[in-house]
Design a protein around this ligand. Structure first.
Ligand SMILES: Nc1ncnc2c1ncn2[C@@H]1O[C@H](COP(=O)(O)OP(=O)(O)O)[C@@H](O)[C@H]1O
Ligand SMILES: [Mg+2]
Length: 238
């Protein structure tokens, strides 16, 4: 039996940069199953919170505790950036890369990568250089590469921000499939429709503070905070 990685406890975390608090102080817990969506205006701290949870941004204060050591936890989570990182090699080798890093033999890594590539809709371009893919295809590649190790937790930072509705729909289907297989997903978006479609719960941030964390239906139908009500109405927030 593999030890569970969750809950993740964030205790009084605070991120200060250039003499300014850009996140926190914030305490919260990530647990259970499903998809949590981070919403909030530009600059509210969504990216910083995602990176802090994933361990690529160091908090100035506070604690981040997984149920296993931070080193072990790191190996069981993945991150998809708004602008996907693409390696100068074939699509297949991009997707296979995390397996190669873990010492999986090339042939076997490529077989697994090809299956996943087919599944995310990149079957026809597997042998092509990844550099020439469209934006939507690059994001599918990034997602396939993030999923190839079947992470327990997947963080995504506005992965569909620059994509058309077709690519967005495909990405959402891949995410739902990963969720159904037990991957806990935490994703930032400011696409309200996407949040309504995917979220189990919403974490609403404003000015670095977690203003509310509520089940989706409650967030959209009866948000608790005046700030979230204004945000949903489309008002400009201070
Ligand atoms: N390295 C940094 N140094 C100084 N300020 C930063 C740094 N990174 C982010 N910020 C600032 O922190 C705030 C939160 O940023 P961010 O987490 O990117 O918000 P969001 O993703 O919600 O748009 C913004 O005001 C941003 O300008
Ligand atoms: Mg951001």
């Amino acid at each position: 039996m593999v030890a569970p990685i969750l809950p993740l406890n964030l205790t009084s975390i605070e991120v200060r940069r250039s003499g300014r608090t850009i996140l926190g102080p914030l305490s919260h817990r990530l647990e259970g199953r499903g998809i949590s969506i981070l919403m909030g205006p530009n600059g509210s701290g969504k990216t910083t919170l995602l990176k802090t949870m994933h361990g690529i941004e160091r908090p100035t204060r506070g604690q981040i505790d997984w149920q296993i050591t931070a080193e072990e936890a790191r190996l069981r989570q993945a991150f998809v950036f708004q602008t996907p990182t693409i390696l100068r090699r074939s699509v297949l080798d991009n997707i296979a890369f995390p397996l190669l890093l873990r010492g999986v033999p090339r042939k076997s890594a490529q077989t697994t990568a090809a299956e996943l590539g087919e599944k995310v809709g990149l079957g026809k371009v597997l042998q092509q250089s990844a550099m020439v893919l469209s934006g939507g295809e690059k994001q599918k590649l990034a997602l396939a590469r993030a999923l190839i190790l079947a992470p327990d937790v997947l963080f995504l930072d506005e992965p569909c921000a620059n994509l058309d509705s077709r690519a967005t729909r495909d990405i959402e289907a891949i995410l739902c499939d990963a969720r159904d297989r037990g991957t806990r997903i935490v994703m930032a978006t400011h696409d309200h429709g996407q949040a309504r479609r995917l979220a189990d719960e919403i974490w609403f941030l404003h000015a670095g503070k977690l203003i509310e964390s509520t089940p989706k239906t409650q967030f959209f139908d009866a948000p608790q905070s005046a700030m979230a009500r204004a945000y949903l109405k489309g008002d400009l927030l201070p």
